[in-house]
Design a protein. Structure first.
Lengths: 505, 171
């Protein structure tokens, strides 16, 4: 089935993407936009393919913050953005692997997600069967003093996701790290095409399990934008509550894991308790520990009972009591500081070039948070400060997460205080006239999750693009570890905690 | 730090009572392990976790088994870093084609006697990803599976019930 059929040409009214319109641009405008990205005048948010066209979303310095443009490529090629702006390179390699569209002039022709194991090439484009077992892959070379290679993965030593890391080291010092990802590619783009909204929502919730709320919320917001669905006010508060609980649980879990990678098990144990209590409360409030499938287009599928709200107050009280103690435990343990301070530094220039979101960007001086920049409901109602630092090391990323914990606790309290009553899901129907497009940008714990989708009038998803924040964070991990010792890689990696599944899709 | 350590000494343990082993798991296992294997391993099992394409939801819950509430090590179950040290592979995910060889090689690297426990709905039948060109589906299509623990993801109590059932059939 060719799910990305050219229905746009035949429908009764041209689809205008909501809330940010999508424009079709010519080659000159496409290139001009790529050049302005390279100059740092605007930031790349995503780049994705479809049969015979590519789309690009950019962040503008002024309102409206998002701009989506399309370049039609009947010749199955488009001017490479990555040639001018390296953050686009992996996205372009993925577009070529999945859709067969060639980025003209790209400096990197290697496959990215396609390891030659699918039995098919260009599964979302002009698919054709192949009979290879596996493709060879050329890693970048390292030259100079006597170097040794340390290949790691895809199966790692911990209980973590699979990916391959290749270190070139000079003694203990890492000269180059090259990542090879795509091991958990599950074919999400193609599964989405032709799916009902309900099924598509289930798939979106399973793109990255640790961000299931963020993905469900982004997907729901994009559908709601496309069909102009009004969400009941109470539902927006409950969604934000789930999103903040997810953020808290992940921050607590990750800070503990970072400390554990520096052999400081006490913090790991203490933080594990906080995380567990949050998940248990989530299960008792919403019926699922990770709050999977709790958000649907139109609202939420569960309501919050009065007794659950009381239990959440008690939980927030307890975490607010524990947080300063845990901060002191982190800050006062000099042997831990010895490992985290000055380790895995990322420059401000690099996070800005890559438009790197989440705590990684914020720890290096890029103060972007979709909750503030886009200001989706109910966040404009809340007063909260986002974490910020300019140090850019492992330590700064931990401190930014501590700040985000404080902010989230404050938001949870405000939600519990101010959540209005009323229904949690609004009735809505498909308009049955023409195909609609919608987009959303939502702040997950890891950074901004971008969703763009097109849904036919009969409620079938034609194309749904889900962009994980990790796309612009993984490349920076390669920069962070450079000139650090191999033994500090787990610390750097955990302080990033990029998603493999969300990236590989 | 002293405060935390002191508190740890004074406070009673947070670890909760062990759940009863899962009856369906016992039925699925349905066999008693060979006497020699039992003698060698006793009740102590080393587990190597392999993510064969999961969304990381299962990993989060497997991680939780190590926290003080569940304390999986009290049952003699320990997570190890290498398949060479493992008795049991705990496999998650709809086995992506890009991970198939890695899973097969991990299985081959695990010394006999060995067992495979497939965790999560994806590992059971591919879950929501079962129709994908990029996934094989059930873990059982790639390596022999001794026990399935279902759920999306299974919560730590469900995981414990399955794992205890596994240890029980051994002893």
């Amino acid at each position: 089935m060719n799910f990305a059929s050219k229905q746009t040409a035949t429908q009764s009214s041209p689809p205008s993407c909501l809330p940010w319109p999508r424009e079709i641009v010519d080659k000159a405008s496409w290139l001009a936009l790529a050049e302005s990205l390279a100059k740092g005048e605007r930031e790349l948010l995503s780049l994705w393919g479809e049969t015979s066209c590519v789309h690009m979303a950019v962040l503008e310095p002024r309102e409206p913050r998002l701009r989506i443009v399309t370049f039609e490529c009947p010749e199955d090629s488009f001017p490479s953005v990555g040639r001018l702006h390296p953050p686009a390179l992996r996205l372009e390699r993925a577009i070529h692997d999945l859709y067969g569209l060639k980025p003209e002039g790209t400096p990197d022709h290697r496959a990215w997600l396609d390891h030659g194991r699918w039995g098919v090439r260009q599964p979302c484009g002009a698919r054709h069967e192949i009979n290879t077992v596996c493709d060879p892959y050329t890693f970048l070379t390292t030259e100079g003093e006597p170097l040794h290679l340390i290949p790691v993965g895809p199966v790692h030593a911990g209980i973590i996701e699979p990916g391959h890391f290749r270190f070139s080291a000079n003694g203990e010092t890492v000269v180059r790290l090259e990542e090879r990802l795509g091991f958990v590619h599950k074919g999400v783009d193609r599964l989405m095409g032709g799916a009902s909204i309900e099924r598509a929502a289930q798939i979106a919730a399973r793109v990255s399990g640790d961000s299931t709320v963020a993905y469900s919320l982004a997907f729901a917001q994009a559908v709601e934008a496309a069909f102009d669905v009004a969400v009941p006010p109470r539902a927006t508060y409950l969604r934000a509550l789930m999103a903040e609980l997810e953020r808290l649980a992940n921050h607590f879990g990750d800070i503990g894991a970072i400390c554990n990678d520096a052999a400081f098990a006490l913090m790991h144990a203490q933080r594990g308790l906080v995380r567990e209590r949050i998940l248990r409360e989530a299960a008792s409030c919403f019926g699922h520990r990770l709050m999977m499938d709790r958000i649907a287009p139109g609202g939420t599928v569960v309501n919050l009972r009065q007794d659950n709200a009381a239990a959440l107050y008690a939980l927030v009280d307890w975490i607010e009591l524990m947080t300063p103690r845990l901060i002191a435990l982190f800050g006062d343990t000099t042997s831990l500081q010895d490992r985290t301070v000055g380790t895995g530094v990322i420059s401000e220039a690099l996070v800005k070039q890559y438009a790197c979101g989440g705590y990684i960007g914020r720890a290096s001086g890029r103060a972007f948070d979709a909750r503030k920049a886009i200001g989706y409901a109910p966040y404009p109602q809340f007063a909260f400060e986002i974490g910020a630092s300019k140090e850019g090391d492992v330590d700064a990323r931990v401190w930014v997460r501590f700040d985000e914990i404080k902010a989230s606790l404050k938001i949870v309290r405000q939600i519990l205080d101010e959540a209005p009553g009323g229904p949690v899901i609004g009735a809505w129907a498909l308009p049955e006239d023409w195909t609609r497009e919608g987009a959303a940008l939502v702040e997950g714990f890891r950074g901004d999750v971008f969703v763009w989708l097109r849904i036919r009038a009969d409620g079938v998803v034609q194309r749904c693009h889900l962009r994980d924040p990790s796309w612009f964070q993984w490349p920076l991990l390669e920069a962070a570890i450079k000139d650090n010792i191999v033994a500090d890689f787990p610390l750097c990696n955990k302080s990033f905690n990029c998603s493999y599944s969300g990236h590989d899709l | 730090m002293q405060k935390f350590l002191l508190q740890g000494l004074l406070r009673s343990a947070l670890t909760e009572q062990a759940p009863t082993p899962d009856a369906t798991s016992m039925a699925e296992l349905g066999y008693t392990l060979e006497r020699t294997a039992r003698q060698k391993l006793g009740r102590s099992l080393s587990i190597r976790e392999v993510d064969a394409g999961s969304c990381n939801g299962c990993e989060l819950e497997i991680h939780a088994l190590n926290n003080a509430y569940y304390d999986v090590e009290r049952f003699g179950l320990r997570f190890v870093a290498s398949p060479r040290h493992a008795d049991v592979l705990l496999v998650t995910g709809p086995v992506t084609k890009n991970m198939r060889e890695a899973l097969e090689r991990t299985y081959a690297a695990t010394p006999d006697p060995k067992w495979v426990i497939a965790v999560g709905d994806c590992a059971f039948d591919g879950g929501v990803f079962c129709e994908s060109y990029a996934c094989i589906g059930a873990v059982a299509k790639v390596v022999p599976v001794d026990l399935h623990i279902r759920g999306c993801p299974p919560d730590p109590t469900t995981l414990l019930k399955g794992l205890i059932a596994f240890v029980e059939t051994m002893s």
